[in-house]
Write a protein that binds this ligand. Structure first.
Ligand code: 13P
Length: 256
């Protein structure tokens, strides 16, 4: 059975008090309302992680913490960066790698992301690897090629055992924060293509078990239709994850 996951990417939002209060609300709703097998992952800015990790404790089996990035080295003279080993030391579970905003604004390349993926595994964490095409790549039809390259260059050096633990997130850049959502058919088409690309390298059995999330203006009103697609296993949520009610309503698509 594929893992179902709904992850919230808070991006660079919320001060410490706001973050604590949103997380407390989410935690309470998860305890009271979520009784399915799905995982709920909260990915706040670094400054919140240690506090939220303490607040979370160890007894909530559905709730996980993720970072939004990690450096490819474990320590050293990299001013302003945070490593996988540091994240692991405070109880973080997941790390988002290769978000399109990091690719666009911080110049992260597939080759660098391959190293970050290695750092994540080296430190006992799990990657949520983001990929997706820009508007012009959708329009000129090159998006399949772009997506295939993002998968092959950053992930296909992994052995089967590590690769099986990767969570992928398809986030078309034109749908992020724009209010434009890929239609369920458009998203399903790409998710199926991602699974096929994986099957060609790691085999059908591995491909069938990989969790592939959709991200890009996903909200309570469209999540059910998106998540009902055969190859969509949950979502990576930006804007709507900053509101506990909206976020948990998306989570509850898997246990209405
Ligand atoms: P929005 O849900 O705000 O479009 O953001 C999606 C995203 O980038 C999640 O990582």
């Amino acid at each position: 059975m594929r893992k179902k996951i709904v992850a919230g990417n808070w991006k660079m939002n919320l001060d410490l008090n706001e973050g604590l209060s949103l997380f407390s609300e989410i935690q309470e709703m998860v305890q009271d309302e979520v009784n399915g097998e799905q995982q709920v992952v909260v990915c706040p800015p670094y400054i919140h992680l240690s506090n939220l990790s303490k607040l979370k404790g160890k007894n909530n089996k559905s709730l996980f913490l993720g970072a939004q990035n990690a450096h490819e080295e474990d320590s050293g003279a990299y001013t302003g960066e945070v490593s996988g080993s540091q994240l692991s030391s405070i109880g973080v579970d997941y790390v988002i790698i290769g978000h399109s905003e990091r690719r666009a604004y911080f110049g992260e390349t597939n080759e660098q992301l391959a190293k970050k993926i290695d750092a994540v595994f080296r430190n006992g964490l799990l990657p949520i690897y983001c990929l997706g095409e820009k508007k012009e790549e959708r329009e000129d039809g090159s998006y399949f090629k772009v997506i295939e390259t993002q998968i092959i260059d950053a992930l296909f050096h992994l052995d089967t055992s590590d690769f099986s633990k990767v969570v992928l997130a398809y986030e078309p850049v034109w749908a992020i924060g724009t209010g434009l959502t890929a239609s369920p058919e458009q998203a399903q088409e790409v998710h199926a293509y991602i699974r096929k690309t994986i099957a060609e390298h790691y085999g059908e059995d591995v491909a069938e078990l990989i969790t592939i999330l959709y991200g890009g203006s996903c909200k309570p009103s469209n999540a059910a239709e998106l998540f009902s697609q055969k190859d969509i296993d949950g979502g990576l949520i930006g804007g709507a994850s900053l509101n506990a009610r909206d976020f948990i309503d998306i989570v509850k698509v898997f246990n209405p």
